[in-house]
Write a protein that binds this ligand. Structure first.
Ligand code: 5GP
Ligand code: ZN
Length: 124
């Protein structure tokens, strides 16, 4: 007998709406919600409903998923009226980037002037 039980992570459970979140958008592929600890006026997370732990897990024939995430992020930026003023999309991978949640996610951050990418980078 095979064990079909698969442990779901926190973002899997958010996408299934088993853990509550401030839902912004959902389709058959992605789920978008407000980050619980926003770093700017607008801070949304766009995640695939299917679990991938990080961007390097995406195979060559699955790149449509990344395009879809980015397209949805761009539409949500328009909806949130930050498309003209600007925003940043971030995929963190691994410990140097500070990835906390091991379920692929795209941060959509904007609504105020963001810090330069040149700041706080240790080049040693
Ligand atoms: P990472 O550092 O992994 O790229 O970002 C993970 C993000 O997920 C963080 O910005 C954190 O605030 C957010 N986050 C972690 N747990 C939860 C949660 O349970 N609900 C929501 N809405 N956001 C979460
Ligand atoms: Zn997951």
């Amino acid at each position: 007998m095979t064990n079909s039980y698969v442990k779901l992570c926190v973002f899997c459970n958010i996408a299934l709406e088993k853990i509550p979140s401030e839902k912004i958008f959902s389709d058959e592929i992605v789920f978008a919600f407000k980050d619980i600890n926003p770093v700017a006026k607008t801070h949304l997370l766009i995640i695939p409903k299917k679990h991938y732990s990080k961007i390097s897990e995406i195979k060559d024939n699955q790149t449509y998923l990344l395009g879809h995430i980015i397209k949805i992020a761009s539409k949500l930026a328009i909806k949130n009226k930050i498309s003209k003023t600007g925003y940043r999309l971030i995929f963190n991978q691994g410990k140097d980037a500070g990835q906390e949640v091991d379920h692929l996610h795209c941060h959509l951050i904007g609504g105020s002037k963001l810090s330069s990418l040149n700041q706080n980078n240790n080049l040693e």
